[in-house]
Design a protein around this ligand. Sequence first.
Ligand SMILES: Cc1cc2nc3c(=O)[nH]c(=O)nc-3n(C[C@H](O)[C@H](O)[C@H](O)COP(=O)(O)OP(=O)(O)OC[C@H]3O[C@@H](n4cnc5c(N)ncnc54)[C@H](O)[C@@H]3O)c2cc1C
Length: 590
Amino acid sequence: MRFVLTELAGLDQVAQLPGFDEATPDVVAAILEEAAKFAATVMSPLNVVGDREGAKRLEDGTVRTPPGFKDAYRQFCDNGWNGLTKSTEYGGQGLPILLGTAVEEMWHASNLAFNLCAMLTQGAIESIELAGTSSLKDKFLPKMVAGAWSGTMNLTEPQAGSDLAAVRTKAIPQGDGTYKLQGQKIFITYGEQDYTENIIHLVLARTPDAPEGVKGISLFVVPKFLVNADGSLGARNDVLCTSIEHKLGIHASPTAVLVYGDHGGAVGYLVGEENHGLEYMFIMMNLARFSVGLEGVGIAERAYQRAVAYARDRVQGKVVGMDKGAKATPIIEHPDIRRMLMTMRANVEAMRAVAYVTAAAMDNASHHPDPAARKRHHAFVDFMIPIVKGCSTETAQQVASLGIQVHGGMGFIEETGAAQHYRDARIITIYEGTTGIQANDLIGRKTARDAGAVAKSVASEIEKVAKDLSNHADASLKVIGARLQEAVAAARSTVDWVVLSFGANTRAAHAGAVPYLELWGLVTGGWQLGRAALIAAKHLHDGTGDARFMKAKIQTARYYADCLLPHATSLARTITEGGDSVLAVAADQF
Ligand SMILES: Cc1cc2nc3c(=O)[nH]c(=O)nc-3n(C[C@H](O)[C@H](O)[C@H](O)COP(=O)(O)OP(=O)(O)OC[C@H]3O[C@@H](n4cnc5c(N)ncnc54)[C@H](O)[C@@H]3O)c2cc1C
């Protein structure tokens, strides 16, 4: 993590940006150490408890979370983790998102279900901060930043999942600046819990004369308990949790059905202007989508660590092609186990690097003194969000599955823990917009809309790295460079195809959307591992850093180049030639 933060994502540069004076090397080192300690000693031991006990008991409208979770949440907030990257104006520490990203990865790896509460609160804070009035901010943000009140995100309704145009919850103006909300929201993460004294719901709803579709959606703050003028808690608002879902994974995270307005209407406060709700929600969703991508990195890292430990320990069979005598050996010596571990390792390192580099661009997009640089970083972040969300989460499925495979039969048995990672990981390709929705975003808004301009500028950056690798004296780096060049050429060719087809053959373009997303995930991963190899080679040449670690960076990049990057050319073929086959069989023939 430190290598990626400093060598690839440029933490030193980020820490120099105006407003990040507190992010000194000492502070950064202390925060990473303390986060690691908290994750390992408080959050991680509760992961299995949460899975076993779950948050499924609804008593008098309140959910009982698993033993130890409430206390861990209190410690989490008392230690200031909730406000790490939040504005100092409302009690946060104002530290870079890049640093928060490394810390958050540890939270996700140690206990994904626990961290979802804090993650959604962050998103809710962001929306209120960017679009709320000063009175909304003053009323809600200090308590939310401190973690005393949590935040939720209420988009989904039974008929409105991926398609938010179908949202039906009503918001009736009361003439005093407030609204009364009526409707039902489903699948609301931490929609009810016993960690905090108040829950601040951010709710999408329609005012009576709102236009049809997404242009008629507004965003409201609806607290579980109304807040008096002096900041104390007032009457219970008319929002009730009527049931809690039973799920495949993330058992400790309550998933609530919330009913608004069964007793006359839930009091809500408009965020920003009417009918602009989706824009504001997207502020929250972008951050949340990035965080869900990080969930993929964290959970995959944990699955990898567990698989390595098991593979060192489990003795089975004699190794082929090595002189180890007649004795059975640990399975880590089997070439196929190595293949699986290398696939896990290379993917995790690639996903982490891509996510952290995107986080650094977020900090630059908001804090860089030069407006042109801010704009450039912003465009890069917009392009990368669906890639980080879509690809890290899909890759995490593969990594968690390989984690089970390395364990053999014991992987399928719950006590090793490998199965929990697999089950927990399964939701991340679904919430915050499914992979299909991320892919639509990437081909439409992020590629076709600007005729591939940002995509091509990213390709140019990758080509520069491929060239530096190809020109390097080291034979291994040359190979990495050649493979990266082939892969980025494949990506470039598909950009042109997407731009042409998006209007002309829309259905075929959409049929290739997920492979297009995968292709970009693969190539941007290769880009960052290629950079890592160049940096590691320099350290080896200069005699700086840990030589074994640096060699492993090059070997991992080489594995990625030899065994994963070649898929780029076949993905390009699928994208540009597969659409008609995807659509050939009629709907009634399935
Ligand atoms: C555990 C859990 C927690 C959740 N937490 C929250 C939360 O806190 N707040 C909240 O508001 N929601 C939450 N959700 C809801 C989640 O965001 C939705 O389930 C998700 O967006 C998908 O919507 P859907 O379930 O209605 O599926 P659908 O939209 O019906 O999708 C079904 C399938 O069709 C595909 N599909 C749909 N439309 C398209 C399209 N245009 N192009 C291509 N493919 C398409 C999808 O990719 C998917 O494969 C949660 C869900 C779960 C299960």
